[in-house]
Design a protein around this ligand. Structure first.
Ligand code: NAD
Length: 371
């Protein structure tokens, strides 16, 4: 698990703490990376995965530092990893989650949230053990972000701000969503609500293309009963899941997983604007190529911050409407600032946004007299 040495690999931002946990009694093997807490206690998900490593945990924690800083939250960035198969029997999983929670009781500058392999029930267990967690069930004061569509809402708000600056009319704009899950389907719903047309969508089992527009109610019905977008009926064409990247559109939303657009398929992409709903859905090489091709590609930690903003509002005992207002203001404002600088300088959006986020963390560190 130790493939990252904080003593030699730390930089100006962090990590502040790297904690490894091994517990014989429960078999718990975990790592917590608290990257930077200048802005406040760090929020970051607890990921349960068999292949979790310290290096991956550090990269994810750093991404949270930048995302939280970009979102203007009074929280730093962190991440935790429990090395285990998330599909294990429920009682064993509960024992591990509770053991993990107990072992981070004194790491009070870390606020755990849900991530891959954990969910709101797991966060209820963490809260029960140590009294702090975000991403809680509604009956414990949680704002159920995937049900509300907080991240998809931020993606759609980003599109609304970006479209006029790029000469795209949102009414009638053709949208493609890769990964019609929690993020993708809500982004589609909010965008269609603004007049856009969903012309293609995919999930892990395949894709569907409909130039005249897909019926979202029917898609949601299919997905709600565990089906695939490929079960769509009517005037549609069923395709392989990666074929949706080649569908000509005005906006493409990769919302499935990492490295979906790579050197080997980047030339197929025929769009004007990419909104990264997933985390790192495009490799660095492919991002460079998209920039050369003049495709505006707004990075993950700018446009998909709706989820963590919702978590921060929940932590501060705020309401759903406060969360949505803050997402619209913050994510929309950031997209405007990043795009204006990119259009003026010709620089890449990720570089521009990264510089803005790093500068905000440095400001917070200066305010604390750490630098
Ligand atoms: P999800 O599991 O609800 O949805 C993912 C969807 O992608 C599913 O429909 C799945 O079938 C599909 N999919 C998986 N592999 C695919 C492939 N190769 N091609 C096409 N579709 C594929 O997950 P989610 O919560 O929507 O998260 C999606 C991504 O966004 C993840 O990378 C996640 O880390 C990131 N993210 C999520 C949130 C959030 O609020 N949920 C916030 C920020 C970032």
């Amino acid at each position: 698990m130790m493939d990252f040495d904080p003593l030699t690999q730390a930089d100006d931002l962090g990590p502040a703490k790297v904690v490894h946990i091994t517990e014989r009694r429960t078999g718990l093997l975990a790592v917590v990376v608290i990257d930077n807490v200048a802005a406040g206690p760090a929020i970051g998900g607890v990921r349960m995965a068999s292949d979790m490593t310290t290096a991956v945990c550090f990269r994810l924690a750093r991404a949270m530092t930048l995302k939280n800083a970009m979102a203007g939250l009074r929280h730093g960035g962190a991440k935790a990893g429990i090395v285990a198969d998330p599909r294990m029997p429920a009682d064993g999983k509960e024992q591990l989650i509770r053991a993990f929670a107990a072992s981070i009781r004194d790491l009070t500058d870390y606020i755990p949230g849900p991530d891959m392999g954990t969910n709101e029930s797991a966060m209820a267990m963490v809260l029960d053990e140590i009294g702090r967690a975000v991403g809680l069930p509604p009956e414990l004061g949680g704002l159920p972000l995937d049900e509300l569509g907080a991240t998809g809402f931020g993606v759609a708000e980003s599109a609304e701000v970006a479209a006029p600056r790029l000469g795209i009319d949102l009414v009638g704009a053709r949208v493609v969503v890769q990964g019609y899950g929690a993020v993708g389907r809500h982004a589609a719903r909010f965008l269609v609500g603004k007049g856009a047309v969903l012309v293609a969508a995919s999930d892990s089992r395949g894709g569907v293309v409909a130039p005249a527009g897909l019926d979202l109610d029917s898609l949601d019905g299919i997905k709600g009963r565990g089906g695939s977008v490929t079960e769509c009926q009517g005037d549609v064409t069923i395709v392989d899941r990666d074929d949706v990247f080649a569908v000509e559109c005005d906006m493409l939303i990769p919302a499935a997983g990492p490295d979906a657009i790579r050197a080997d398929n980047v030339e197929e992409v025929k769009t004007r604007l990419i909104l990264q709903g997933a985390n790192i859905p495009i490799t660095a090489e492919a991002e460079a190529r998209l920039h050369q091709r003049g495709i505006m590609n707004l990075p993950d930690f700018v446009v998909n911050a709706g989820g963590v903003i919702c978590g921060a509002v929940e932590y501060a005992h705020g309401s759903r409407s406060q969360a949505f207002q803050l997402i619209a203001d913050t994510v929309g404002g950031n997209v405007e600032a990043v795009l204006d600088r990119c259009l003026e300088s010709g620089d890449r959006p990720r570089e521009v946004a990264m510089a803005m986020a790093r500068s905000r963390v440095h400001q917070a560190m200066k305010a604390r007299r750490w630098i």
